[in-house]
Design a protein around this ligand. Structure first.
Ligand code: FEO
Length: 400
């Protein structure tokens, strides 16, 4: 992507990566991504964000198509994850007199990321400003945990533009970078939702705070760090409305206690059914359904688990371990908002039965409230085992 002017004083100088299919190891990116960066010019010049280190050369070319490197005075880092800060070291080699500007958290991060503890950084706090001259003053507002503690927004009143880094971004790559020129809106909406779920979803209270911060500013453009630049009159209203809806505080209408399990021969499945009977005995109107993990999309199960009031998870023991689908589901637990969520573990085993204690240990490590009593039984549950399962389901539900 070549650099282009967004307003009279702001240029997009980021790069595109349409071929990316996995971001941050775990996130599918069917539509690639972009690493957005911006040049803001007054009498002085500020660069906002760098790009992933692999794309430094293209980034440099874009910058140099707008201005000489020597004329850049500031590098503003709204957030220091290496997809935005990975080229800072390489840029500083070419622009040694550049002043890096970051939040207090960002100042610490960038010294560690560049391995330069002596790196001079201008640390800015809530409401601080940076005067670029010519009537152009940038101001900063701190928005921690959307999605790192270091995140801030940079506001450019003169150009009526706010730079929000990951906030309202999407892993979506199209040659035309404005939201008024998205040729496949459904694809964009799907990418926007996937991005929210993976990046912002664990930080809902902070997302709500970020939205409130945005309301205080008057702007026409939102310079995100991934995907289209948003505009008032374009996709901005949609994006904000979606963030509001997805981040709203939720309370289940009735006690929701899903039971997740895997079962090779139906033994753990049978226990799941009996646990459910026990739950319904204690709370007759509970929303308590059993889910064989391998028969449902993982994202659906994760959503179910993360919005539940409590849950149970069962696995047989295979090769001294719980089985991979169970570990995968556990890896999707929102451990930030799910702290102290009550859960119970169970499972059938043939020889040694490690799965149940291993699941319990892992869930405790994630700071969930693991019910002290677990349910383990050898091979096929006896009548006594099934009665024990029912009683345990009842006791667990009654404890909620
Ligand atoms: Fe796009 Fe959190 O970095």
């Amino acid at each position: 992507m070549a650099a282009f002017a967004i307003t009279e004083g702001v240029w997009a100088v980021g790069v595109q990566n349409p071929n990316l299919r996995v971001f941050d190891i775990v996130m599918a990116t069917a539509y690639g991504t972009t690493y957005n960066a911006y040049l803001v010019r007054g009498e002085k010049t500020a660069l906002i964000e760098t790009v992933h280190r692999r794309f430094f050369d293209a980034y440099l070319e874009n910058i140099q198509s707008v201005c000489d490197l020597e004329s850049i005075d500031y590098l503003i880092l709204n957030h220091c994850e290496p997809d935005h800060s990975g080229s800072v070291g390489a840029l500083l080699e070419r622009c040694p007199n550049l002043t890096v500007v970051a939040s207090p958290g960002g100042s610490i991060n960038i010294k560690q990321i560049t391995n330069r503890p002596d790196l001079p950084v201008r640390t800015v706090k809530e409401g601080d400003t940076l005067d670029l001259g010519g009537g152009k003053v940038l101001s900063f507002t701190m928005v921690p945990f959307v999605h790192w503690p270091d995140t801030m927004f940079t506001y450019d009143a003169a150009d009526r533009m706010i730079f929000t880094c990951d906030f309202l971004g999407a892993h979506y790559c199209e040659p035309l970078m404005l939201d008024t020129k998205i040729p496949y809106p459904e694809a964009y909406e799907s990418a926007f939702k996937g991005y929210y779920d993976a990046i912002m979803g664990p930080f809902k209270p902070y997302v709500r705070a970020g939205l409130s911060k945005l309301e205080k500013y008057d702007f026409d453009y939102v310079g995100t760090s991934h995907g289209p630049i948003l505009t008032k009159g374009g996709r901005y209203a949609y994006c904000v409305e979606r963030y509001r809806a997805w981040s709203a505080e939720r309370k289940n209408d009735r006690k929701t206690i899903p039971i997740f399990y895997t079962s090779a021969y139906g033994c753990t499945a049978k226990a799941a059914e009996m646990l459910r009977e026990g739950v319904l005995e204690a709370i007759p109107d509970a929303d308590c359904a059993c889910y064989d993990i391998i028969e449902h999309p993982m994202a659906e199960l994760a959503e179910r688990l993360n919005t539940a009031d409590a849950f149970m998870i069962g696995s047989p023991t295979l090769n001294k371990d719980a089985v991979p689908p169970v570990w995968e589901l556990i890896s999707h637990i929102d451990a930030i908002n799910g702290q102290k969520k009550p859960c119970l573990v169970f499972g059938s085993y043939g020889w040694s039965g490690e799965a149940v204690p291993m699941m319990a240990d892992r869930l405790r490590a994630l700071k969930l409230a693991v019910y002290e009593e677990t349910l383990k039984f050898v091979f096929v549950a006896s009548e006594a085992d099934l009665e024990r399962a029912k009683a345990l389901g009842h006791a667990f539900a009654a404890s909620l």
